[in-house]
Design a protein around this ligand. Sequence first.
Ligand code: SF4
Length: 685
Amino acid sequence: MSIRTTCAYCGVGCGIRATVTGEREVRIEGDPDHPANRGRLCSKGTHLGETVGLEGRLLHPMIGLKRASWDKALNLVARRFRDTIARHGPGSVAFYVSGQLLTEDYYVANKLMKGFIGTANIDTNSRLCMSSAVAGHNRAFGEDVVPASYDDLDAADLIILVGSNTAWCHPIVYQRIAARREAGAKLVVIDPRRTETAEEADLHLAIRPGSDVALMNGLLHWCREVGAIDETYLAAHVATPEGFWDEVGEGSDLWSVARTCDVPPPDLRRFYELFAATPRSVTMFSQGVNQALAGTDQVNAILNVHLATGRIGRPGAAPFSITGQPNAMGGREVGGLASTLAAHMDFAPEHRDLVQRFWASPAIAQKPGLKAVDLFRAIGEGRIKALWIMATNPAVSMPDAGRVREALAACPFVLVSDVMERTDSADYAHVRLPAAAWGEKDGTVTNSDRTISRQRALFPLPGEAKPDWWIVKEVARRMGWKTAFAYDRPAEIWREHCRLSRYGNDGKRLFALPDGGAGGNAAYDAMPPFRWGGTPFADGRYSTPDARARLVPVTQKPLPAPLRDWPMTLNTGRYRDQWHSMTRTGLSPKLARHREEPLVEVHPEDAAELGLADGGLARVGTPQGDSIFRVALTDAQRRGELFTPIHWTDRTSTGGRTGLLPRPLTDPHSGQPGFKATPARIEAV
Ligand code: SF4
């Protein structure tokens, strides 16, 4: 008998039918009835069955290097957090969590930190992935809502991919785009690199990194010049700040934009003409937009174009932020970010009051907490004295990861709950707690188009592993909050989450889940995938106090000239068949065949000038650190730019340590670090 569940990897959120064939063996097939993938799976999803073995798993609580009972470990954790709070205040503790958590895990962790410990020092690795999209949505719509679905791709006549190698990073979405192209839709890719996705496009604009605002403001200006602005929609549904058109129009003529973006004017004109003439346009964007020091402005530049042309809330017309992780969206819904509360609320007094009443909480957080980069900086400065890392590996994935390691080494108490026994971050843990993995966990995830799906357990919990929600609630109960954390199963948490989404919701917030009480546990167990929010903003009413969306006047920041000592620009990203720091995909020999080692991609003319040989070794350095990569020459790179993958760690390679290289600098609105344009240099070794 097959069990319906959801893929463990990316934000596409593909449905799976899993048939258990042995003790830790499972046959994986795409779920033909899941709306995200309609039976298809990419290479990572297909090979999930190769990654469910127990090799390398953490199966027992550990205090230091010694095995401990759950009771002893949990009591120690609760005591360390309690004592730290008593001596230094609630702001001296923090959780760093993950888009790999299920919504129920995320909900309980957020509730403990923000409602009971009383600080918002809980942030998530989703900060690194899509927090600029969150900030942009909030600025434009008054709520963090993705106003698109995969169905819009099926109805679009023009699909624009900005900063997204969709063919590799969201393959099933890309298949959907490819199918739509067969029906005549056009594809434009905007990306400094000629990726596999760009190779296939009708038009590729290889823009200078960081020039996205100029490109989109130029498009807005063009639409105004040719009469493609929807004045009726603007008048009825959008607030346009005074001076907006002058601000975004400055330097937005075609020739100026072509110069700023470093693209041929005829190509730029073709894009603008295509967009202006195609009402059913979807602009899908991803990390290339979000992971920038002006990421939020880049998001709003895209949203401005769609609002001003009325291309939103209608089939085939939408801006579409696509997330990296399987449950980045679920984390947003429960308030897993330090800058949000719960159920799409923020720290406004009425929201704090509402959530506090609902949770009957003793000490609701009064203001946003430390965002990821600031959080690890605070650890390094000794301001955070107890840290809980759940299901993520910041010693590899944070920018300036070398500094993050120093901070972890100096932190008086580090707790890591994870499925793997050894990770780069777990090396710094005083206590390690064994968490349930994909195939053992039970709960829900939300994908990029707001579809909520069940992940279901296929195997019994191995060793002494426990679900994350159970671990959090046991710590909370030992810290003294027994009643508020009296959960026995994830269905109870789901129902509470549903109730909170509706509690005090006067209809201004779109986020409202079905009646959490209806159907009880049986309904939860049988819950089919569903998308909340319908077609957001179809009625032209937004989640702002006056129900109007906002055009945000964003302008292109000057682009830095190359530095003498760091003349190259480093971009980082993913490979097709690997996931994050490879703790799971690294277990599949078939997936490893796609790219067996970390490469630095270099333009051949740069390589000739620098004496780099294809297949040779080179040291890539930035002011933060350096690491050695194998050189791959490709004219898919722009001159002066490098690309390295994010996956390799100390455990998997002696080089290829991309995390050491990016700067710990962030977007001022979202706190998202910029991974896409780090000043760097490269030399042969
Ligand atoms: Fe899994 Fe993403 Fe591949 Fe779908 S596209 S099978 S969710 S990795």
